[in-house]
Design a protein around this ligand. Sequence first.
Ligand code: PXL
Length: 276
Amino acid sequence: MATDAPAITLTIAGSEATGGAGAQVDLKTFQELGTYGIAALTCIVSFDPKDSWNHRFVPVEAQVIADQLEAIQSCYTIDTVKIGMLGTPTTIDTVATALATQDWQNVVLDPVLICKGQEPGAALDTDQALKANILPLATFVTPNHFEAESLSGIEIRSVEDLKEAARLIHAASGAVVLAKGGVRLEGSDAVDVYYDGETLEVLSAPKVGDVAVSGAGCTLAAAVAAELAKGATPLEAARTAKAFVTEGIKNRVSSNAPFDAVWQGGAGDLQEQPAG
Ligand code: PXL
């Protein structure tokens, strides 16, 4: 029997071969939250176990990225996109051009700024291109501690600093901001700050260990995108995403690499989240 058509969610992101970050995480999160997931790959990241698990990074050719997006945008009417790792200025141009061919309801940007294994010079160009060409298109942005410092230009040592960074990033971009302190700020809670220009809310959950797991940021942004696609308000989407990623971290999967991976399948039914 046909069920109601699911909301459609697209991720434009890199592949991280072990399944702990990037497009693989986005698709698992979309599926788990009941949306139809689609991915356009921008790059392939393969950790190198012979070299301290550093990243080997290969960009997908610009034309191949354009082809994927042409196929996807022709096949489905999509109003929600999540943008993850883009990797090079050329990729950023290609993605910005494809995004400009239509209107979007929700553009959720996880502003992945640096990837180990990239030339620092190239990373700087990429950061600038992301700020110039993609950030202005974002309706919702989810910077981590490092990215929030880079986008706001301030040093973040406390929750008050994180709030100020969220205000500055909102002022510069117009986007709803969910700035992630995660395990980087002192204290027993993993604290994130939501700011949409009116409402400022601190979302916190007890830290689970003090080592960051791989894929938490990707999971959070993908969950925000899924919830927005289903019609949640930005604040509801942020609360549900925080609860989803917290469950995923509690249910983390260990591996032979020196970091664990979030398990999106362990969240079960999320209850409506109380105001934080
Ligand atoms: O978590 C950031 C990230 C995003 N996308 C890809 C990655 C990583 C980190 O490893 O490899 C493809």
